[in-house]
Design a protein around this ligand. Structure first.
Ligand SMILES: [Zn+2]
Ligand SMILES: [Zn+2]
Length: 143
């Protein structure tokens, strides 16, 4: 979670060869300020700007994902959730921590990193370069 000014967002888009359109700036700022991965419908709800219709927001999410700025860090029941990654190596950007998906409200929450790595034998121990761990259940608000 970080505050990304409009000017910073413009600079990041420019350095990735993307034009700074109003919807694109809004999407990237919302992803950057979120404390959890956001789905397309989350972003639609958070963007108050009525100039940004859902289809435009979707196209921009895909564009940002393709540019490496909005990787999909969670996928639950076929719903992709995006985060912001400036490519400048902020620790949380790649979301290499477990996520919790609530079966009731559908919210996906970032959990703290787990200290104990998974213990696997070869060849799987060598095969894994990245772990995506997702828990499911009822979140504390829904219990
Ligand atoms: Zn819940
Ligand atoms: Zn996360």
């Amino acid at each position: 979670m970080l505050h990304l000014s409009r000017e910073d967002a413009k600079g990041i888009l420019k350095s990735h060869g993307l034009r700074s359109t109003t919807p694109r700036l809004a999407v990237i700022q919302i992803l950057a300020s979120a404390d959890r991965p956001l789905s397309h419908s989350d972003v639609v709800k958070l963007i108050k700007d009525t100039d940004c219709d859902p289809a435009t927001i979707f196209r921009n999410l895909i564009k940002l994902k393709d540019a490496g700025l909005a990787p999909v860090v969670s996928r639950v029941d076929g719903i992709d959730r995006y985060s912001f990654n400036s490519g400048q190596g902020e620790e949380n950007a790649v979301h290499q921590h477990p996520h919790f998906a609530c079966d009731d409200c559908g919210q996906v929450t970032c959990l703290p990193p787990m200290s104990a790595p998974m213990e696997l034998d070869e060849p799987w121990s060598k095969a894994i370069s990245q772990a995506t761990i997702q828990f499911r259940g009822q979140c504390p608000q829904c219990i």
